[in-house]
Design a protein around this ligand. Structure first.
Ligand SMILES: NC(=O)c1ccc[n+]([C@@H]2O[C@H](COP(=O)([O-])OP(=O)(O)OC[C@H]3O[C@@H](n4cnc5c(N)ncnc54)[C@H](OP(=O)(O)O)[C@@H]3O)[C@@H](O)[C@H]2O)c1
Length: 274
């Protein structure tokens, strides 16, 4: 689907670097069909050497030749970058944005063109091809545009389609979610250390337990409550721990965390729109 396309990646930092790696490794398109931009010449040179892509410090030049433009600068840089590119894109060019909290309407307005825009909310596990990304179509994007974005993010993990109204909640769940899981892993490690396991071994056991449990949820398709019940022996260790975790509000606190992050994402979107 993307074989004959040219992609300009504007803001080739961490997230964009993961996407470039995914596209090149999965042979989604030839490396020379990708041009990446950022201000640091040194960092661009590293990207060129690592992936064989073309690089540039000139955003305007990069978008001029591209069929697809990936916007991946930090949200606070978005206004400036959109201003610089305003009036330069045509209605045939597809824009894919990973910039948190910036709506497709704001991107069309900033670029001053009714081009198709697909907004995405990926997460950092994209760096290890285990990302979780939600994509949504802006007013001028069609199913074919969404499919192209799905191909890009599919190269670095799981992709789901949702309406744009759900993107703040996605930010609260999977966008910010790795942080909650790091805290869970860290706490489990401390628990292991407290009970006498060396830290380095506790770290491996805790991380692999989270990874394995997530893999079981995904691969069996079973509800997590059923998987939990499967391993809860009457009078055993798991049910004893479950009672403690329930009484301390583990599930409520995680639900509250997703809710709070979603609300903060909404606030930040409003700030950009002002
Ligand atoms: N990291 C995540 O988990 C995550 C998750 C979901 C969404 N996102 C979104 O992804 C975007 C990037 O995040 P990140 O973590 O990858 O940040 P990052 O590593 O800082 O990448 C942003 C890049 O933009 C470049 N840049 C800044 N100004 C520029 C300009 N005028 N023209 C071209 N490039 C420019 C910077 O490089 P120079 O300084 O060399 O220019 C930097 O490498 C953000 O909008 C964020 O909301 C990130």
């Amino acid at each position: 689907m993307l074989k004959n396309q040219t992609i300009a990646v504007i803001g080739a930092g961490h997230m964009a670097g993961a996407m470039i790696g995914g596209m090149v490794r999965s042979k989604l398109l030839p490396p020379k069909s990708i041009v990446a931009t950022r201000r640091s010449q040194e960092a661009l040179e590293e990207l060129r050497k690592k992936w064989g892509i073309r690089v540039s410090t000139d955003n305007k030049k990069a978008v001029a030749e591209a069929d697809i433009i990936i916007l991946a600068v930090k949200p606070q840089m978005a206004k400036k970058v959109l201003e610089d590119l305003a009036g330069l894109l045509s209605k045939d060019q597809l824009v894919i944005s990973v910039m948190a909290g910036i709506t497709t309407a704001a991107i069309n307005k900033g670029l001053r063109v009714d081009c198709p825009v697909v907004r995405a909310m990926p997460n950092t596990p994209c760096l290890v091809d285990a990302g979780a990304t939600a994509v949504c179509a802006g007013a001028h994007a069609c199913a074919k545009d969404l499919a192209k974005a799905e191909a890009v993010f599919g190269a670095v993990g799981l992709v789901v389609k949702l309406p744009e109204s759900a993107l703040d909640a996605v930010t609260g769940l999977s966008g910010s979610g790795p942080v909650y899981v790091y805290m869970v892993i860290e706490a489990m490690i401390d628990g292991g250390v407290k009970m006498g396991i060396p830290r380095s071994i506790a770290a491996k056991l805790a991380a692999q337990t989270v990874y394995g449990a997530a893999k079981l949820v995904l691969e069996t398709g079973k509800h997590p409550a059923l998987l939990k019940d499967d391993v809860t022996t009457p009078g055993g260790t798991a049910i004893t721990a479950i009672h403690v975790l329930e009484s301390k509000g583990l599930r409520s606190v995680l639900i509250d965390g997703v809710e709070a992050a979603t609300k903060r994402s909404m606030e930040l979107s409003r700030l950009f729109a002002e």
